[in-house]
Design a protein around this ligand. Structure first.
Ligand SMILES: [Zn+2]
Length: 75
């Protein structure tokens, strides 16, 4: 799984994580050594990445591994 590899290789740097506002931003260094900015907004925007990939890319998946944004209901 590419996202897990990016994480274990230390490619992720969390810049900002505000639990109250539901906002997260992080940088992920991709395989081409480019830095992509991943952000999450609990409002309308949801997950975003600065890379050209449409939809949920490996950078977003990497940040998802370390950040829990949605409240989890206790069962
Ligand atoms: Zn991306």
């Amino acid at each position: 799984m590419k996202a897990r590899r990016l994480l274990t290789e230390g490619r992720v740097r969390v810049l900002n994580a505000n639990e109250d506002d539901g906002f997260v931003s992080a940088e992920v260094r991709g395989d081409s050594a480019r830095i992509y900015t991943v952000s999450y907004d609990a409002g309308d925007n949801g997950w975003r990445c600065s890379c050209p990939t449409v939809g949920v890319c490996s950078h977003i998946r990497t940040v998802m591994l370390i950040v829990v944004c949605e409240p989890r209901e206790a069962s």
